[in-house]
Design a protein. Sequence first.
Length: 246
Amino acid sequence: MPLPRLIPCLDVAAGRVVKGVRFQGLRDVGDPVELGSGYSDAGADELVFLDVKATLDGRRTLVDLVHRISERLAIPFTVGGGVRSVADAEELLEAGADKVAVNSAALERPELLTELAGRLGSQAVVIAIDAEGGRVRSRAGTTETGRDAAAWAREAESRGAGEVLLTSIDADGTRAGYDLELTASVADAVDVPVIASGGAGGAEHVAAALEIAQAALLASILHEDPNRLAGLRTELRDLGVTVRWS
C-alpha cells in the first residue's frame, strides 16, 4: 500500500502564488519558483501548480513558468489551468510536468479525458473537481454545473482519469479542516487515488483527511511558513499516520 502523500499546492495568478478563502480575496504569498523549490528541498512528496486565472482569461497555462519550475524540482509535479486539448497537455509535459490536471474543459467536453488518457496514459491525467455543497462548479468556482461531485468523479474515472484532485470550496482557505463528508463520498465512488484539498489548519486535520483520501493538498498551512512541512510529518507520525520521512 503506497504511503499517504503530502502535496503542497501553488495557486498562481499573474506569475505569483496567491491564496484566498473560498476562492475569494486572493492575496500574494510569494514566487512560485522559489516556493516550489523550497517545498521540493523540504521533502514534499509531490507538488501541484494551478494557474487559477487561465480559464477565466481564456488562455493556456504559462508554459515558460512551468519550464522554470521544473528546473528546480526533484519531485513529481502536476500542472493545471487552461488545459483544453491533448496538445496543451503535451506541451506541459514537454516543459517538465509529470501530470496534467483538467477541470472546466473536461466538464464542457468529457471526451477530453479519454483523449488525454489514450495519448498520455491515465497515470498522467488528473481530474480536478471544485465542489460547493457537494455540487461541482467550474471556471474557478464561478459557474454552477448541476453535477454531483461523486457522480462526476465516477464518470471521469470511467473516461480515463487516473487521479481525483477534490477541492471543497466551502472549506478552502478556512483552516477549519477538510470537508470529510465530501471527501468520503468521492473516495467511495472511485477506485483511483483521491487528493483531499481545502481547509487544512493543523496536523489533526491532515490526519483525518488521510483516513479517507490517499493524499492531502496543503496551501495556507505552509505558505506562511514553508519550514512547517518537516514538522508536520513528525506531528502526523505522532498521531499514528505513517508518512514518508523526508
